[in-house]
Design a protein around this ligand. Structure first.
Ligand code: PMV
Length: 327
């Protein structure tokens, strides 16, 4: 039996991934940009065991649902093919934050699984190859292989060989914080992002406009990172998140993730900015609000968000590091 354990941090996109150019290979329709978060960590152990008849998955201390087991099994098939083995595996994964509620647990989950499974299978991959492998599990997982600010490339190749993530060095990494306001107690989300983005692409009249917008936001965000300009980066991130949600809300039937508390938090972020604070909101496939801010203002922003009725909890995170093998 060969076993390995890996840790990976979740990431929150500042320019979102929402839509695919190839569903089978899980290739994104456009690039994306994210910040890996040190406070949201998944730890995963993979044990290949010849005694097993099928793959097993334990998620946060309980046996996983059949749909999650088969998705994990399909991912392990990619690793088995690469390693030329057929052995089944026991996978044990724990998140130190709510699972599948729009807090990017699939990003840290598949990044940790990619690193643990390849190590346990005895194969060595470059970070870029690991990022392409993690992408097959979840598009955002490609970014969680790396720490700090990370850029995902959409690529153009039919086989996806140019659709990988890579880290972006910016002086801003030393100065930023993400304040995470949990809404609704971290309950599981109503629409998984995979189905929701496909539904948006198939039915939203705004989807094309969204895909055309992303390269412009990415170019502007790259410029802001190079100039270490937090205000420009934050302004792009908030607008880009709202555009992503606008495309989903216009799908038929509509997909919206927000709750009344989500909107109250957005209003609080706007009020903070009007008082001169550095604070810009971004939302994903869930009701939570994540606020990009500076290291100096994070405590004040967190205190303001805690006053918003309906907010379950508020956490401050700094940038996290790359996915790593722990044992
Ligand atoms: O990686 P997925 O398939 O869970 O999709 C992630 C979608 C968003 O979180 C909404 C945006 C993003 O870029 O992370």
């Amino acid at each position: 039996m060969s076993t390995a354990t890996a840790r990976a941090c979740a990431n929150i996109a500042l320019v979102k991934y929402w839509g695919k150019r190839d569903a089978a290979r899980n290739l994104p329709a456009a690039g994306s940009l994210s910040l890996t978060l040190g406070a949201l960590v998944t730890e995963t152990t993979v044990a290949f065991d010849p005694a097993l008849a099928s793959d097993e998955l334990n998620l946060d201390g309980a046996s996983a649902r059949p749909a999650d087991v088969s998705r994990t099994s399909a991912f392990l098939d990619l690793v088995r093919a690469e390693a030329s083995i057929t052995t089944r595996a026991r996978v044990t994964s724990t998140n130190d934050f709510p699972t599948a509620s729009g807090l990017a647990s699939s990003a840290s989950g598949y990044a940790a699984l990619a690193v643990a499974a390849t190590t346990a299978a005895g194969i060595t991959m470059s970070p870029r190859a690991l990022s392409m492998l993690a992408r097959r599990g979840s598009g955002s997982a490609a970014r969680s292989i790396f720490g700090g600010f990370v850029r995902m490339h959409a690529g153009q190749a039919v086989d996806g060989s140019d659709a990988f993530a890579e880290p972006i060095v910016s002086r801003l990494a030393d100065r930023v914080r993400m304040v995470i306001a949990i809404v609704g107690g971290g309950a599981p989300k109503a629409h998984g992002s995979r189905d929701a983005m496909d539904h948006t692409a198939a039915t939203s009249p705004f989807y094309r406009a969204w895909v055309e917008l992303v390269p412009h936001d990415l170019a502007a965000a790259d410029g802001a990172l190079a100039a270490a300009d937090l205000a420009t980066l934050g302004t792009i991130a908030e607008a880009n998140s709202l555009a992503m949600h606008a495309s989903a809300i216009a799908a038929r039937p509509a997909i919206w993730y927000w709750q009344p508390t989500t909107l109250a938090l957005l209003a609080e972020v706007r009020a903070l900015r009007q008082r001169g604070a550095a604070a810009w909101a971004t939302m994903d496939a869930g009701p939570h609000v994540k606020v990009l801010t500076s290291i100096d203002e994070a405590e004040a922003v967190a205190a303001a968000l805690r006053t918003v009725p309906g907010t379950t909890s508020v956490t401050i995170s700094g940038p996290g590091g790359p996915a790593t093998v722990t044992t």
